[in-house]
Design a protein around this ligand. Structure first.
Ligand SMILES: N[C@@H](CCC(=O)N[C@@H](CS)C(=O)NCC(=O)O)C(=O)O
Length: 370
């Protein structure tokens, strides 16, 4: 059985370092800002890729930087796109789903929400929940890595920010891609209202960096270190770190809420929520980076990664309010969150953790209303 992560002999999970680290700017000798020149390749399941999708939407870049989505199932060769040729050969399946989707009679997505048993785990199934690769007809994310660097020998991760002009990867590190998107280099191509959006304002930058750094190690990557631990002692120590740091976030958000109640009065919930963010009183990159883990926590990490001291909804009222506020009140969050991709990816791809590939149906609902 193939292993989808690297671990050292202490049984601890180690995330690889990203290899393509360029930026985009007017001064850059190669990568200049332009509309339609760059393309983002993502998985809707992946929390790191999800950061880039939220930032792209929040900064109004959806018509400046195009996007392709891989299928939720990660196999031993990595992420794959919708394979149009294969689907055409496999006529029955293709036509059935094509008509469903086009005619709106019954989409595979609706099937999935009723029963995950309707979704097969083989790589041949019709991939309704992926896009094709529109520029080169590539079948896999690995094709992009090899096109960029024929000697590439590390993992084929998403997100990938691609340059259509030089046909190379600009950057495959989400923390840097979101800084590029926030840097205003694309301002001339977006509506005025988006030029005002600054997810890393100068006066909060130090606080954002500090928050991000402990959240990354103990929460974002912490859940992976917990779930991919290969020894009980490693698991037990990592899961404790996760919950210690969720407690820390809960305290920050509960203090923040108390301050906002004092400022606006207990009853002005709308005003309170308009400033209820993790750092400062505005939406920042820290909210985006924390959100992509918290939104996956109850549906996946509690059972699949055994992060089960409690759930967000049962144990963390302020984190729960914060995540629902982002999900229900901000399109950039809600429209980039796909619970089917999220649940199916983890439970059907990590065969060492979940060999039978049965996807837990709960919790119901995936996210509660505000
Ligand atoms: N440092 C990267 C990490 C990205 C990453 O680990 N992506 C995972 C998905 S959640 C991936 O593509 N894994 C594919 C593989 O390892 O084969 C970033 O933040 O951009």
């Amino acid at each position: 059985m193939s292993k989808q992560w690297a671990s050292n002999n202490n049984g601890a999970f180690k995330r690889q370092v990203s290899s393509f680290r360029e930026t985009i700017s007017k001064q850059h000798p190669i990568y200049k800002p332009a509309k339609g020149r760059y393309w983002l390749y993502v998985s809707l399941a992946c929390p790191w890729a999800h950061r880039t999708l939220i930032t792209r939407a929040a900064k109004g870049l959806t018509s400046v930087i195009g996007c392709s989505v891989v299928h939720w199932h990660l196999d031993e060769k990595g992420w794959r796109f919708l394979d149009m040729e294969k689907q055409l050969e496999d006529k029955g399946d293709f036509l059935e789903h094509w008509h469903d989707a086009a005619g709106g009679i019954k989409t595979a997505k609706e099937d999935a929400s009723k029963s995950f048993a309707a979704i097969k785990n083989d790589s041949e199934r019709f991939m309704v929940d992926a896009t094709n690769e529109p520029h080169y007809g590539h079948k896999r994310i690995s094709d992009l890595y090899y096109k960029s660097d024929p000697q590439y020998s590390a993992r084929f991760t998403v997100p990938v920010l691609w340059d259509l002009e030089t046909q190379t990867i600009v950057n495959n590190e989400s923390s840097e891609i979101i800084r590029i998107m926030n840097s205003n280099v694309f301002d001339e191509f977006v509506d005025d209202k988006y030029k005002e959006v600054d997810l890393v304002p100068e006066h909060l930058e130090a606080q954002i960096d500090d928050f991000n750094s402990w959240v990354y190690d103990n929460i974002n990557n912490g859940v992976y270190k917990t779930g991919f631990a290969e020894k009980a002692e490693v698991y037990e120590s990592e899961v404790s770190h996760v919950f210690e740091h969720l407690n820390k976030v809960e305290k920050i958000l509960s203090d923040k809420y108390a301050g906002l109640e004092a400022k606006y009065g207990k009853d002005d919930r709308q005003k309170i929520l308009s400033e209820f963010f993790s750092v400062g009183n505005q939406l920042t990159e820290s909210d985006i980076r924390l959100y992509t883990t918290i939104i996956r926590f109850d549906p996946v990490y509690v059972q699949h990664f055994k992060c089960n001291f409690t759930s967000i909804r049962a144990g963390y009222p302020f984190i729960h309010l914060w995540v629902r506020n982002l999900y229900w009140n901000y399109d950039a969050f809600r429209f980039t969150t796909d619970f089917n991709h999220i649940k199916l990816h983890y439970t059907r791809s990590h065969t060492r953790i979940n060999p039978l590939g049965i996807t837990a149906l709960g919790p119901k609902p995936d996210i509660q209303h505000l």
